[in-house]
Design a protein around this ligand. Structure first.
Ligand SMILES: Cc1ncc(COP(=O)(O)O)c(C=O)c1O
Length: 499
């Protein structure tokens, strides 16, 4: 085993050395990292003996969890926060909505959405009133498009990218159909490179320009789910606006991953989920952003009825992005000001800003888990996280490019990196495409040694070092396991190993 100060980039000793210098390393202890035994366990209760013999591995070791792009790990403090929620519910019942316990980590339930908005705002670079924590991602995309997609006879198209996440396709096509327009109203931007799914900024700008006169809305991903590419949000947003087009962003893979400045960039609207890099738990509550310029304070006092001439005037612009206030087209009681919610007089008085888009009282369970996780993010700050992320992900790309044990495999084109390599063009995810017929065996081999990554059939492995809980040793252990997995997969496929 290499010495602690070993400077051989490819050694485990060097990985330990790098981690020892990481100023964020103690945040790893804030998370529950499943052990190899945990991943194998068949019961939730820890009753089984941990198998120390199988595969010669120590089953009490932490797994190599590189799947925060799909489901982030559980922060330890989540249990404390949730226990408080359960205790409040258990001891106060309905009064939990209003009870201010002296030792509570969150405000009473009736205000918890405001706490969530305040906590998420710095992570997406927004003013507190520009964000709302609510619903789930696809639902929020629909709610936002209901307000922002106001097709007219002159401008009715939606531009999106061809390889967008399926739910975005469904949402966009169904919005177009809902307004009575044909599928051909959706303009799909093809990847500039079909093999890597890379979208050049220029090709996006060119498509926008080509359809500018007839386009009502653009919806794009901040970070692409498949390739891990980070799009140039400010440049594309500015270009859309120069043509008078409203633009929204699906930030599922960007939030908590890369620093965002939604307010400063003038983004019209955005939506995200909280179960990936935000670590709020499977299917947890989503969030949305509506730029201040669209509600501008007026909405507090002025109510524009949905479908009214005033609203069409405000939203159905033909030449420029909306400047008149946009109110939620679809409404619910939680979007109405607190003072009016229980008045029961059926007068909708919109909350200030994005909060007006809320429909229902939010799941306090979800909000509590989100607040637990966001408290860690806001301790660290996105800039520090990003700095570590660039090192980890850039380092992983470098190792994949020059790991000695994979030299022959690389030469033979056994794998290629789909993710753009420049730091400014990716977040924490590296997508690796394998030669045909290798994916299943590579995944099996990785799983066998406790490396958790995810696959996109038929040939892509996605690997995401999340800087809050992953370190260089995880990257090293992944590379070590990946080398073995690739060699084994080739041996099984070809009957011998060429590496
Ligand atoms: C890019 C993207 N958009 C939309 C979704 C759908 O999210 P939800 O199920 O929360 O609506 C996902 C889910 O992973 C996603 O990755």
């Amino acid at each position: 085993m290499a010495a602690e100060t070993d400077h051989d980039l490819f050694s485990e000793g060097y990985a330990r050395y790098v981690d020892s210098k990481d100023e964020l390393r103690h945040y790893r202890d804030e998370f529950i990292i499943p052990t190899l035994g945990d991943l194998e366990r068949k019961s939730i209760a820890i009753e089984e003996e941990i198998k120390t013999e199988l595969w010669g591995l120590d089953w009490s070791l932490p797994s190599v969890y590189l799947c925060g792009n799909s489901l982030g790990l559980q922060p330890r403090r989540t249990r404390t926060y949730l226990q408080q929620y359960l205790d409040t519910w258990g001891t106060k019942g309905v009064n939990g909505h209003f009870t201010r316990h002296t030792d509570a980590l969150t405000r009473p339930w009736v205000d918890i959405d405001e706490d969530c908005a305040a906590a998420i705002a710095p992570i997406v670079g927004a003013e507190k009133d520009e964000v709302a924590v609510m619903q789930s991602l696809t639902a929020n995309l629909h709610l936002l498009m209901a307000s922002f997609y106001k097709p007219t006879v002159k401008r009715w198209k939606i531009i999106m990218e061809e390889k967008a996440f399926p739910s975005d396709h469904y949402a966009v096509y169904s919005q177009v159909a809902h307004h009575g327009f044909p599928d051909s109203s959706v303009v799909l931007i093809p990847p500039s490179s079909p093999s890597t799914h890379y979208l050049s900024t220029q090709s996006i700008l060119d498509t926008i320009t080509a359809h500018a006169d007839t386009t009502a809305l653009i919806l794009l991903p901040g970070v692409h789910f498949y390739s891990g590419q980070l799009l140039d949000i400010p440049t594309i947003t500015a270009h859309a606006h120069s043509h008078g087009i409203t633009i929204g962003w699906d930030l599922a893979h960007a939030v908590g991953n890369v620093p965002l400045r939604l307010h400063e960039w003038g983004v019209d609207f955005a939506a995200w989920c909280s179960y990936k890099y935000l670590n709020a738990g499977a299917g947890s509550i989503g969030g949305l952003f509506v730029h201040e310029q669209h509600w501008g304070g007026k909405v507090e006092t002025e109510d524009i009825a949905p479908g009214s001439a005033a609203e069409q005037e405000a939203n159905g612009h033909d030449t420029a992005p909306p400047t008149a206030p946009i109110t939620p087209s679809l409404r619910g009681w939680w979007g109405s000001t607190k003072g009016t919610r229980f008045a029961m007089d059926n007068t909708f008085a919109p909350m200030r800003g994005a909060a007006a888009w809320q429909l229902s009282n939010p799941s306090v369970l979800d909000c509590t888990a989100l607040l637990a996780s966001l408290s860690i993010f806001n301790e660290v700050g996105m800039d520090k996280l990003r700095a570590k992320s660039v090192l980890l992900t850039g380092g992983l790309i470098h190792l994949l490019d020059c790991w000695p044990g994979l030299h022959t495999a690389r030469e033979a084109g056994v794998y290629e990196i789909l993710t753009p390599k420049a730091d400014g063009e990716h977040g924490a995810q590296v997508s690796i495409r394998l030669q045909e017929g290798l994916l299943a065996r590579v995944m099996t081999e990785l799983e066998r040694v406790g490396v958790v990554v995810d696959e996109r059939k038929p040939d892509v492995v996605r690997v995401a070092p999340a800087p809050l809980y992953n370190g260089w040793q995880d990257v090293w252990r992944f590379m070590d396991a990946f080398e073995r997995a690739v060699k084994e997969a080739i041996r099984r496929r070809d009957g011998y190993c060429q590496t």
